[in-house]
Design a protein around this ligand. Structure first.
Ligand SMILES: Nc1ncnc2c1ncn2[C@@H]1O[C@H](COP(=O)(O)OP(=O)(O)OP(=O)(O)O)[C@@H](O)[C@H]1O
Ligand SMILES: [Mg+2]
Length: 503
């Protein structure tokens, strides 16, 4: 037994985030921490890692009580945390990030860059990430950045590594790499605390699991003794019939046609991020868009939404009329909206309330004579807060204080309130718990039944196969395949998504 926590409680203004929670973590084992959005998972591990002080309770390391006043103290004691939103400095190099605040020094007191780069390189090599340690972290993909975080944890001699939703932003291949790493860490005796909403992952890596609900400890068991259905019941407090699948819809009239859409690279106009992509979308249809990280899916949606007017070309028709949006405002006015994937950067104003964020895109519905109609706003937003099960003590709560998954839901609510004709969704269920995911699918279903057309970008194949009527696959900026739902299989899609080695 390496780490034990008992009787942990923690309140924030208006919320009891944790109430008498316990956890026991053993060396060489992975302990999964599960629960719905807002259940208290991130708060709990932040206490273990010294980010927050608990209001009550005790943490024992090797059987001895410890009190961490800051993350540095937890780190020195061997507990490393990899946060839900990664914490690297994009402008600094990989090596500088790994050794931030504890750079090796030369005899004259300067940073010993040579040694730092050598040692960082050795850790990266061990983790099979063959990149130059001098590369700025901002140039790496999310999956690679995660490996850098793990390298940092290992270089600190961490005996407990905490990972908060490590697979929510990486591709299936990067997940495979991460799982190999986890197996290796377990062999070396490292204890891992692992938060995820993807229950399918558990069978591959989890040894033990603990479920939280509404800030309370529900149960703790060896992973092999408990079925997926049982886990869901513990998390949600009721059983959920497992499979979700849309029936698929009858094709109706075309709502969006895209021809030869291209987007040039920002640095080099002769290179393309999106290249000659054409597709159609019908009323009442969900079009899935699959691709690996870097395939150009997000950029394709952004281009349609008018975010890159100077670098793009092609033809777009909305309900048969030629259109070209040179700003998001125009796209929104015409009924085409994009719910972006990166909630921190584009989707949310963290210092505004839930209500303000959710009604931001539909001000004309809530504003009258230039004044905000607060009751109209509350009605409109309240409806989506309920449907999407957004966990917040009030509509006036600042979104900064919501859990990660609940912030993601506010982004969705914001775009749904505009009642669009075409809805572009970029990874809408990333980090969202299983019950709320179903709500979102059902909501999509309801919206398309009403005639809306949806383009859904997802890195989760199973999600696309369950929800989309048609699937378009992209690779390196080009469209490489299109399958109607009946002919789509995971294997065919992945094959079309992988770059051919001849390129
Ligand atoms: N800094 C904070 N200030 C106020 N309330 C907070 C703060 N951090 C978390 N909370 C609240 O505490 C509760 C638990 O949040 P937490 O982030 O621990 O959930 P979670 O289980 O990690 O959820 P998710 O799966 O969505 O990431 C939520 O109701 C959240 O709004
Ligand atoms: Mg969280």
């Amino acid at each position: 037994m390496v780490l034990e926590a008992k009787g942990i409680s923690k309140s924030f203004p208006g919320v009891k985030a944790l109430d008498d929670v316990r956890l026991t973590v053993r060396a060489g084992r992975l302990h999964a921490l599960l629960g719905e959005n807002g259940a208290g998972k991130s708060t709990f591990i932040n206490i273990l890692a010294g980010v927050f002080a608990p209001d009550a309770g005790e943490v024992l390391l090797d059987g001895r009580p410890v009190v961490f006043r800051n993350p540095g103290q937890a780190r020195d004691a061997g507990i490393a945390i990899i946060h839900q939103e990664l914490n690297l400095v994009p402008q600094l190099s990989v090596a500088q990030n790994i050794y931030l605040g504890r750079e090796p020094l030369t005899r004259t007191g300067l940073t010993d860059d040579g040694r730092m780069n050598r040692e960082a390189g050795a850790w990266l090599h061990r983790l099979k990430l063959e990149i130059d340690p001098r590369t700025p972290v901002g140039r790496l993909r999310v999956g690679q950045q995660q490996v850098v975080e793990i390298a940092k944890a290992l270089s600190l001699n961490a005996r407990v590594i905490i990972m908060d939703e490590p697979t929510s932003a990486i591709t299936e291949q990067e997940v495979a790499v991460l799982f190999q790493l986890i197996a290796q860490l377990k062999q070396d005796g490292v204890a891992i605390i692992y938060i995820t909403h993807k229950l399918d992952e558990l069978s591959a890596i989890a040894d033990d699991l603990t479920v939280l609900r509404d800030g309370r400890f529900i149960d703790s068991r060896p992973a092999r003794e408990i079925s997926r259905d049982e886990i869901v019941r513990l998390m949600v407090g009721r059983s959920l019939s497992d499979l979700y699948g849309r029936k698929g819809s009858e094709p109706r009239e075309e709502v969006l046609r895209v021809e030869d859409l291209s987007l040039a690279q920002a640095e080099r106009a002769s290179e393309f991020v999106v290249r000659n992509v054409s597709f159609q979308l019908h009323c009442g249809e969900v079009l899935g868009l699959f691709g690996l990280m870097g395939a150009g899916r997000t950029e394709l949606l952004e281009t349609l939404f008018g975010l890159h007017p100077l670098r793009s070309s092609g033809r777009v028709y909305l309900a048969g009329q030629p259109v070209w949006f040179d700003s998001p405002r125009r796209a929104i006015d015409a009924g085409l909206v994009l719910a972006p994937e990166d909630r921190k950067r584009e989707g949310l104003l963290l210092s505004l309330s839930v209500a303000a964020n959710a009604s931001l895109a539909c001000l004309e519905q809530t504003e009258r004579f230039g004044l905000l109609n607060a009751s109209r706003e509350a009605e409109l937003v309240g409806q989506f807060v309920q449907r999407l099960r957004i966990k917040t003590p009030s509509l006036g709560r600042l979104t900064r204080f919501l859990s990660g998954g609940n912030q993601q839901k506010v982004v969705l609510a914001k775009w749904l309130t505009t009642r669009p004709r075409v809805l572009l969704l970029d990874e809408p269920t990333r980090g969202i718990d299983i019950a709320a995911k179903r709500e979102i699918y059902e909501l999509i279903d309801e919206l398309v039944a009403g005639g809306l057309g949806v383009v859904l970008v997802s890195s989760e194949l199973s999600e696309l196969l369950a929800v989309a009527d048609r699937i378009v696959v992209m690779c390196e900026g080009r469209k490489t395949a299109e399958f109607p739902r009946a002919q789509a299989t995971g294997e065919k899609i992945l094959k079309a998504a992988l770059p051919t080695s001849a390129d």
